[in-house]
Design a protein around this ligand. Structure first.
Ligand SMILES: [Cu+2]
Length: 100
């Protein structure tokens, strides 16, 4: 239902540090999502553990952009980041894969 992209506030993303990300969301027809309830989950599929922190959306930056704070990766490897999005056109989810 949505087109989502994420970008870190700082690059490179390093292991062990807290970092912020921006999630950018539009509907499938390209309209920026102005309001949404967004839950964040994730973990390392090869290790069977979740995220070491509980990142949350801390600010709606407007224009379909949402600030996510409290993210930390405590080891190198393959991480999944899952976003559960309840917005104007319904509820959907997206998973990003990140290799550190
Ligand atoms: Cu791990």
């Amino acid at each position: 239902m949505y087109v989502a992209s994420i970008s870190p506030a700082e690059e490179p993303v390093t292991v062990g540090r807290m970092h912020a990300w921006t999630l950018e969301l539009t509907t499938a027809d390209g309209e920026p999502v102005q309001e949404a309830d967004i839950a964040i989950d994730g973990g390392m599929p090869q290790h069977g553990h979740g995220l070491p922190t509980s990142p949350t959306v801390t600010r709606n930056l407007g224009g379909g952009r949402f600030l996510i704070e409290g993210m930390r990766f405590n080891m190198a490897g393959w991480w999944e980041l899952r976003f559960d999005i309840a917005g104007p056109v319904g509820r959907d989810h997206v998973t990003f894969n990140i290799v550190l």
